[in-house]
Design a protein around this ligand. Sequence first.
Ligand SMILES: Cc1cc2nc3c(=O)[nH]c(=O)nc-3n(C[C@H](O)[C@H](O)[C@H](O)COP(=O)(O)OP(=O)(O)OC[C@H]3O[C@@H](n4cnc5c(N)ncnc54)[C@H](O)[C@@H]3O)c2cc1C
Length: 372
Amino acid sequence: MLVVGGGISGLALASSLHRGGADVTVLEQASGFTAAGSGLSLFGNGFRALDALGLDQHIAAITSPHPPRGTNGTRRHDGRWLTVFTDEVTAHLRIVDRTELHTALRAACSGVTVCTGMRVESADDTGVDLTDGVRFGGFDIVIGADGLRSRVRAGWSDPVSPRYAGYGAWRGITSRPVPIHDGGETVGAGRRFGIAPLRDGRVYWFACLTGPESTRPGLEVLRMEFGTWHDPISELLDATDDDAISYLPIEYLHGRLGSYVDGRRVLIGDAAHAMTPDLGQGANQGLEDAAVLARCLRPIIADPRGIRIDAALHRYDAARRPRSQTVARQARLLGRVMQASGTAATVRDIGMRLIPSAAASAASVRMQDWNP
Ligand SMILES: Cc1cc2nc3c(=O)[nH]c(=O)nc-3n(C[C@H](O)[C@H](O)[C@H](O)COP(=O)(O)OP(=O)(O)OC[C@H]3O[C@@H](n4cnc5c(N)ncnc54)[C@H](O)[C@@H]3O)c2cc1C
C-alpha cells in the first residue's frame, strides 16, 4: 500500500497498517522532518482513534497524565470570563508539542519504508508519478494523506479548492516554563489569543487577526495588538523567541467532496477535509480517518483474495465523510463568530455571557463522543 504524505494522518495510518501485516511505503515531499514550533489539542475522540491505531503507548510518553489545570473557556480582553467549559470538555484534552507528536509517530513507523524528498505530481489506481518523472507503481491502494493541496485528490471531479478564511494565525511555544492558572481563548474585535499549557510547563499560544494575509514580523504585530490584554499574554510573548514564532494564513478546503474514494485512491486527513482550526479538530479528524481506514483494510491484509478492496474503501467513505464534513462546517462557522468585528463582536460577547456553561460545552462533549 502506498501512502502519500508523512504528516500526522499519513504516519498514524502507515504505522497501524504495517503492524497489521501490510507492506507500506510512505512518500513525503519534505527532504527531512523539521521542528514545528507549535502545539496541538488532542481530544477524547483523537485519543480513542490513537488507541485503535495501536499508538497509545507512543502517545502516553508525550502527553501529560492530567488535563490542563484551572478554568478553561473564553475570556474578554480584560480577563472577564464569557464562557466557562465544564470538566467534561477538558477531561480528555491534552496539549502536545507538534514536534514531539511527529517524532513519536515516526518512531511508531519503524519497519515502514518512509522516503523523504519525494514530491508526488499525480496519482492513479496503482501508483504515483513524482515531479521529477520517477514512477512508483505496482500498489493495490494509493492513500492520499498529502494535506490541503493534495496531488492525489487532483483527479477528483468535485469543484473543491483551498480558500483563505479571512484571518491569519501566529503560533509559538515559550522557550521556558511560564506559570499559568487558566487556559482557553480570549476574544476581541477581529482578534483572539489562545493559551494552552504543555506537559513540561512551557506554553503553546496562538493569536489570530482578521484581515489580509500578513507580512509583518510576529512579535511587533502581536505586542501592538495584544500587549494591553489580560495577564499572562504579554509574559507569554516576552518568553517566546522571535524566530520561534510562525505565521500561517488560515485556509480550508472550500466545497465538499462527493466521495473520499476514487477507484483505488482514497483520501484521509486534510487532503479530504482541511478545516479551519477553530474547534481544534483537524488532526483529531485525520486520526479518526486513519483508525477507520485501518479497520476497513484489516480483512484485506489478512486475506487479500477474500475481500473486495472497493467495498472496503466505500465502507470507509460512508463512515467518515458525513462526520468529518460536519465538523469542518462547524469549525468554519465558529471561526466566523470568534473572529467577528464591530457590532457582531459585541453581540457575540453578550450572547456568550448568557449561554449557560453546560449548553456552551455540549457541542464539544458531543464531538468527542466518538468510537472507531
Ligand atoms: C493554526 C492551526 C492550528 C491547529 N490546531 C489544531 C489543534 O489544536 N488540533 C487539531 O486536531 N488540529 C489542529 N490543526 C489542524 C491540523 O494541523 C491538521 O488538520 C493536521 O496537521 C493535518 O494533518 P495531515 O497529515 O492530514 O496533513 P498535513 O499536516 O498537511 O500533512 C501532509 C503531508 O503531506 C506532504 N505532502 C504534501 N504534498 C505532497 C506531495 N505532492 N508529495 C509528497 N508529499 C506531500 C506534506 O509535506 C506533509 O508532510 C491546526 C491547524 C492550524 C493551521
